[in-house]
Design a protein around this ligand. Sequence first.
Ligand code: FAD
Length: 501
Amino acid sequence: MTLWLLGDQLHLPTVLELDLEHVLLIEASAVGQRRRYHPQKLILVLSAMRHFAEELRAHDIRVSYLQASTFEAGLREYATAAGTPEIVGFEHPSAGIDATRRSVVDAVGGSIELITSPLYLSTRAQFDAWAGPHETDRRYRQEQWYRHIRTETGILMDGTDPVGGSWNYDSQNRETPPADWTPPVAPRYPPDALTEAVAEELQHEYPQTWGAAAPFGWPVTRTDALDALDQFIAQRLPEFGRYQDAMVDEEWALAHSLLSMSINIGLLHPREAVDRAVAAFEADAAPINAVEGFVRQLVGWREFMRHVYRRAMPQLATANQLEQQRSLPPVYWDGDTDMRCLEQTVRHVYDRGYAHHIERLMVLSNFAMLYGAEPAAVNEWFHLGFVDAYHWVTTPNVIGMGSFGTDVLSSKPYAASANYISKMSDHCGQCQFDPTATTGADACPFNALYWNFLDEHEEQLRATGRMGLMYSHVDRKSEEEWEAIRERAEDVRQKIAAGEL
Ligand code: FAD
């Protein structure tokens, strides 16, 4: 049996435990050429695959490492050298990948068995047993799943009670740092010769990319990913909770873990990150609000998104309940805008293929939603632009959470005006627009778009029953105010579409 691993299944201890003699890795250039991926995403995955092959060989595992145009071409080459393939593989969370693997193995006359992926914290069967029958109108709520899975796994549990007495410490996690706060230095792993060679090849093999290829500093080996985890636990975790929702001008990382790109390709198992965080709490090295907040992201949100995606596809990918049809405006590609928060955030993505959660949710997707961009177009941009993006994780986050294209996983849109950005960041102090004004040329564009969004989608949003406070403000506005809001929103949309704002 040969274990065929994909480029996001590179967890060394799991492979060593399976005790198989032969591992197959195929670099299929067609996969990386499907969209204008961020060059750092391509460098990350290709370099990590090549390093992984070296590590396996160092453990005396036979590795077939093939570079081919497609998986099928790679598998044919493998079959020519090694005979009819008898493959075992891990189930993949992204739609279509398992079917593709089965069909290419079929095409070369081999056999394939796909087993439950050991790379996650929960299994499909576990989620399905909790969620019940797979009905098309089923809605899922993360908080319920999170409590269930904590109880089932015993993570941060004190018998049947949550450690500390509360499931959730979010109320302590909404601070913004003082002006003299210095964030911990984000770890950087300068490219070695192998990574440099990948970066060089990229220019010929993958000329159609979006984003800066250098400087590249993400971990591409398990050793470096473990070091990044160590550094997070020691230096960033204690403040992770309190500044989790904050944004700071000219600061891209704050106290976030910067681990998604490593976890999503298997350099780290999510359980390793969770266990280390819990151990820090038990050693009094990090407070409960930080540790619970971090655990919730991985045990709650990440697992939840993966399972809901599986059950809500294929409809999820094109869900568009608000019927938003605009194309993504040019600012998402060139970052050229006077809106300080948007300019900074797009630059973060362009420079590193990374922005932290609140930038993704409350700036990038909030703005796209208020502007009226089509959720699938926003999803496509996130998918190509981020180093941690894979269809299974980007799609529920962007279409469900960020665009409210469906209510399958959240009951109301994450829509906010400049008030939120002004409260949670210091961008507005550096911006030419006034966050307190709604109309007029100096008014922050978020504001008119926000009210106009509530107005345009009133029928659906008011009916959610969770927007009462927002609609109480809507109800207080006069007809003259609405007229000015509509005019300003229209002006903003035209200028944004033309790249003039
Ligand atoms: P931290 O803030 O330190 O969080 C810790 C870990 O929790 C992350 O590393 C990640 O593995 C996990 N996590 C937290 N929230 C989520 C979530 N909602 N879904 C899945 N995992 C989560 N995450 C991706 O991994 N890939 C994506 O393509 C992606 N796209 C997103 C798009 C939008 C619009 C939004 C709102 C969120 C998206 N997320 C995505 C989730 C989250 O923003 C990132 O996982 C996180 O910002 C990664 O940075 P970090 O490692 O510093 O995370």
